[in-house]
Design a protein around this ligand. Structure first.
Ligand code: HEC
Length: 195
Protein backbone atom coordinates (compact mmCIF):
# COMPACT_ATOMS: atom_id res chain seq x y z
CA UNK A 1 0.00 0.00 0.00
CA UNK A 2 2.80 2.38 0.89
CA UNK A 3 4.57 1.55 -2.32
CA UNK A 4 1.48 2.42 -4.36
CA UNK A 5 1.12 5.74 -2.58
CA UNK A 6 4.76 6.67 -3.22
CA UNK A 7 4.39 5.76 -6.85
CA UNK A 8 1.19 7.79 -7.18
CA UNK A 9 2.85 10.82 -5.57
CA UNK A 10 5.83 10.51 -7.89
CA UNK A 11 3.63 10.20 -10.97
CA UNK A 12 1.69 13.26 -9.89
CA UNK A 13 4.82 15.30 -9.30
CA UNK A 14 6.26 14.39 -12.70
CA UNK A 15 3.10 14.81 -14.75
CA UNK A 16 2.01 18.04 -13.08
CA UNK A 17 5.12 19.86 -14.23
CA UNK A 18 6.05 20.41 -10.61
CA UNK A 19 9.57 19.04 -10.98
CA UNK A 20 10.02 18.84 -14.72
CA UNK A 21 11.83 21.61 -16.51
CA UNK A 22 10.86 22.96 -19.89
CA UNK A 23 7.10 23.08 -19.30
CA UNK A 24 5.26 26.18 -20.44
CA UNK A 25 3.11 28.13 -18.04
CA UNK A 26 1.18 31.36 -18.20
CA UNK A 27 2.18 32.17 -14.62
CA UNK A 28 5.08 34.52 -14.02
CA UNK A 29 8.22 32.56 -13.11
CA UNK A 30 9.15 32.21 -9.48
CA UNK A 31 12.07 34.54 -8.92
CA UNK A 32 13.97 33.28 -5.89
CA UNK A 33 16.58 35.98 -6.15
CA UNK A 34 14.86 39.15 -7.38
CA UNK A 35 17.48 40.65 -9.64
CA UNK A 36 17.55 43.75 -11.78
CA UNK A 37 14.89 42.24 -14.03
CA UNK A 38 12.40 43.68 -11.59
CA UNK A 39 13.07 47.30 -10.99
CA UNK A 40 11.73 50.63 -12.14
CA UNK A 41 13.75 51.50 -15.26
CA UNK A 42 13.38 52.98 -18.72
CA UNK A 43 13.63 50.60 -21.64
CA UNK A 44 14.96 51.86 -25.00
CA UNK A 45 12.48 54.11 -26.86
CA UNK A 46 10.16 54.20 -23.81
CA UNK A 47 8.49 57.41 -22.71
CA UNK A 48 9.15 59.01 -19.37
CA UNK A 49 7.36 61.61 -17.25
CA UNK A 50 10.62 62.42 -15.53
CA UNK A 51 12.18 64.39 -18.39
CA UNK A 52 10.56 67.52 -19.81
CA UNK A 53 10.50 66.25 -23.39
CA UNK A 54 8.80 63.00 -22.34
CA UNK A 55 11.47 60.83 -23.87
CA UNK A 56 13.25 58.22 -21.76
CA UNK A 57 16.31 58.22 -23.96
CA UNK A 58 18.69 61.12 -23.66
CA UNK A 59 20.54 62.79 -26.52
CA UNK A 60 24.33 62.92 -26.24
CA UNK A 61 25.71 66.26 -25.09
CA UNK A 62 26.17 68.51 -28.11
CA UNK A 63 29.56 68.04 -29.72
CA UNK A 64 29.99 64.53 -28.34
CA UNK A 65 32.04 62.30 -30.63
CA UNK A 66 32.05 58.53 -30.19
CA UNK A 67 35.43 56.81 -30.14
CA UNK A 68 36.74 56.27 -33.65
CA UNK A 69 34.03 58.51 -35.13
CA UNK A 70 35.97 61.77 -35.34
CA UNK A 71 35.89 62.05 -39.09
CA UNK A 72 38.28 64.93 -39.46
CA UNK A 73 40.18 63.49 -42.43
CA UNK A 74 38.27 65.28 -45.21
CA UNK A 75 40.26 63.59 -47.96
CA UNK A 76 39.25 60.13 -46.76
CA UNK A 77 35.70 60.81 -45.57
CA UNK A 78 34.60 63.40 -48.14
CA UNK A 79 37.05 63.11 -50.99
CA UNK A 80 37.88 66.80 -50.58
CA UNK A 81 41.36 68.30 -50.44
CA UNK A 82 42.59 71.24 -48.38
CA UNK A 83 41.61 73.60 -51.19
CA UNK A 84 38.01 72.40 -50.85
CA UNK A 85 38.12 70.71 -54.25
CA UNK A 86 37.74 66.98 -55.02
CA UNK A 87 41.07 65.22 -54.56
CA UNK A 88 42.74 63.91 -57.71
CA UNK A 89 43.73 60.46 -56.49
CA UNK A 90 42.57 57.80 -54.01
CA UNK A 91 43.96 58.72 -50.56
CA UNK A 92 44.77 55.12 -49.61
CA UNK A 93 47.28 52.64 -51.03
CA UNK A 94 45.84 50.65 -53.95
CA UNK A 95 46.76 47.11 -52.97
CA UNK A 96 45.61 43.80 -54.51
CA UNK A 97 43.36 43.39 -51.43
CA UNK A 98 41.76 46.80 -52.03
CA UNK A 99 41.14 45.94 -55.69
CA UNK A 100 39.61 42.61 -54.72
CA UNK A 101 37.34 44.30 -52.20
CA UNK A 102 36.44 46.95 -54.77
CA UNK A 103 35.55 44.36 -57.42
CA UNK A 104 33.29 42.53 -54.96
CA UNK A 105 31.55 45.71 -53.77
CA UNK A 106 31.22 46.96 -57.34
CA UNK A 107 29.51 43.70 -58.32
CA UNK A 108 26.97 44.21 -55.55
CA UNK A 109 26.28 47.94 -55.68
CA UNK A 110 27.19 49.28 -59.11
CA UNK A 111 27.11 46.41 -61.58
CA UNK A 112 23.28 46.10 -61.67
CA UNK A 113 23.08 49.44 -63.46
CA UNK A 114 26.60 50.15 -64.75
CA UNK A 115 27.19 46.51 -65.87
CA UNK A 116 30.26 44.38 -65.20
CA UNK A 117 32.46 46.31 -67.63
CA UNK A 118 31.24 49.77 -66.68
CA UNK A 119 29.53 50.57 -69.99
CA UNK A 120 26.26 51.57 -68.34
CA UNK A 121 24.32 48.81 -70.09
CA UNK A 122 22.81 47.37 -66.90
CA UNK A 123 19.27 46.55 -65.93
CA UNK A 124 17.99 50.15 -66.01
CA UNK A 125 19.20 50.55 -69.56
CA UNK A 126 18.03 47.11 -70.73
CA UNK A 127 14.54 47.29 -69.23
CA UNK A 128 13.81 51.00 -69.02
CA UNK A 129 16.17 52.47 -71.59
CA UNK A 130 17.43 54.77 -68.85
CA UNK A 131 20.69 56.39 -69.96
CA UNK A 132 23.29 55.19 -67.44
CA UNK A 133 26.76 56.71 -67.53
CA UNK A 134 29.61 54.71 -68.98
CA UNK A 135 32.80 54.86 -66.93
CA UNK A 136 34.76 54.79 -70.16
CA UNK A 137 33.53 58.18 -71.38
CA UNK A 138 36.20 60.87 -71.59
CA UNK A 139 34.16 62.91 -69.12
CA UNK A 140 34.23 60.36 -66.31
CA UNK A 141 37.78 59.25 -67.01
CA UNK A 142 38.81 62.85 -66.48
CA UNK A 143 36.90 63.17 -63.18
CA UNK A 144 39.15 63.43 -60.15
CA UNK A 145 38.73 60.38 -57.89
CA UNK A 146 37.25 62.64 -55.22
CA UNK A 147 34.39 63.54 -57.55
CA UNK A 148 33.40 59.90 -58.07
CA UNK A 149 33.55 59.55 -54.30
CA UNK A 150 31.16 62.47 -54.01
CA UNK A 151 28.77 60.95 -56.58
CA UNK A 152 28.67 57.69 -54.61
CA UNK A 153 28.17 59.61 -51.37
CA UNK A 154 25.52 62.08 -52.48
CA UNK A 155 24.17 60.71 -55.76
CA UNK A 156 23.97 62.69 -58.99
CA UNK A 157 20.95 63.22 -61.22
CA UNK A 158 19.17 59.88 -61.56
CA UNK A 159 21.96 58.11 -59.75
CA UNK A 160 21.01 57.41 -56.11
CA UNK A 161 23.27 57.94 -53.08
CA UNK A 162 25.20 54.91 -51.84
CA UNK A 163 26.33 56.60 -48.64
CA UNK A 164 24.68 54.12 -46.25
CA UNK A 165 25.32 50.75 -47.88
CA UNK A 166 28.87 51.61 -48.96
CA UNK A 167 31.14 52.96 -46.16
CA UNK A 168 33.98 55.36 -47.12
CA UNK A 169 36.74 52.72 -47.25
CA UNK A 170 34.63 50.64 -49.65
CA UNK A 171 33.90 53.70 -51.81
CA UNK A 172 37.64 54.11 -52.39
CA UNK A 173 37.96 50.40 -53.11
CA UNK A 174 35.18 50.68 -55.73
CA UNK A 175 36.91 53.69 -57.31
CA UNK A 176 40.15 51.68 -57.52
CA UNK A 177 38.20 48.97 -59.35
CA UNK A 178 36.55 51.45 -61.75
CA UNK A 179 39.94 52.99 -62.54
CA UNK A 180 41.28 49.50 -63.24
CA UNK A 181 38.40 48.82 -65.66
CA UNK A 182 39.12 52.11 -67.43
CA UNK A 183 42.85 51.43 -67.60
CA UNK A 184 42.35 47.96 -69.02
CA UNK A 185 39.93 49.27 -71.67
CA UNK A 186 42.34 52.05 -72.68
CA UNK A 187 45.26 49.62 -72.86
CA UNK A 188 43.27 47.22 -75.03
CA UNK A 189 42.33 50.08 -77.37
CA UNK A 190 45.97 51.17 -77.56
CA UNK A 191 47.04 47.62 -78.41
CA UNK A 192 44.48 47.47 -81.21
CA UNK A 193 45.59 50.85 -82.54
CA UNK A 194 49.26 49.89 -82.82
CA UNK A 195 49.71 47.55 -85.80
C1 HEC B 1 20.08 52.00 -59.68
C2 HEC B 1 21.01 52.12 -60.76
C3 HEC B 1 22.41 52.59 -60.43
C4 HEC B 1 23.30 52.03 -59.56
C5 HEC B 1 23.09 50.81 -58.71
C6 HEC B 1 24.49 52.84 -59.64
N1 HEC B 1 24.34 53.83 -60.54
FE1 HEC B 1 25.71 55.21 -61.06
N2 HEC B 1 24.41 56.07 -62.34
C7 HEC B 1 23.12 55.60 -62.60
C8 HEC B 1 22.48 56.46 -63.57
C9 HEC B 1 21.07 56.28 -64.12
C10 HEC B 1 23.41 57.47 -63.89
C11 HEC B 1 23.22 58.66 -64.79
C12 HEC B 1 22.70 59.76 -63.88
C13 HEC B 1 22.29 60.99 -64.60
O1 HEC B 1 23.01 61.39 -65.53
O2 HEC B 1 21.26 61.53 -64.22
C14 HEC B 1 24.61 57.18 -63.10
C15 HEC B 1 25.76 57.96 -63.12
C16 HEC B 1 26.91 57.65 -62.45
C17 HEC B 1 28.14 58.42 -62.53
C18 HEC B 1 28.36 59.66 -63.39
C19 HEC B 1 27.69 60.87 -62.83
C20 HEC B 1 28.06 62.10 -63.62
O3 HEC B 1 28.53 63.07 -63.03
O4 HEC B 1 27.89 62.08 -64.84
C21 HEC B 1 29.05 57.81 -61.74
C22 HEC B 1 30.49 58.21 -61.50
C23 HEC B 1 28.39 56.67 -61.14
N3 HEC B 1 27.10 56.60 -61.58
C24 HEC B 1 29.00 55.81 -60.26
C25 HEC B 1 28.34 54.74 -59.64
C26 HEC B 1 28.97 53.87 -58.69
C27 HEC B 1 30.41 53.96 -58.23
C28 HEC B 1 28.02 52.97 -58.28
C29 HEC B 1 28.17 51.86 -57.24
C30 HEC B 1 28.37 52.34 -55.89
C31 HEC B 1 26.81 53.27 -59.00
N4 HEC B 1 27.04 54.35 -59.82
C32 HEC B 1 25.62 52.59 -58.88
C33 HEC B 1 22.53 54.51 -62.03
C34 HEC B 1 23.08 53.71 -61.06
Amino acid sequence: MRRVATFAALALALSGCGLLRGCTSSQPPIHLNPSMDDQPKLLPQASSDFFYNGSGMRLPVEGTVARGELREDDAFFKGIGEDGKPIAAIPVAVTPELLERGAARYAIYCQPCHDARGDGKGILFQRGNVPTSSFHSDKIRAYPDGQIFDIMTNGSGLMPSYKWPVPPADRWAIIAHIRKLERERAEAAARRATP
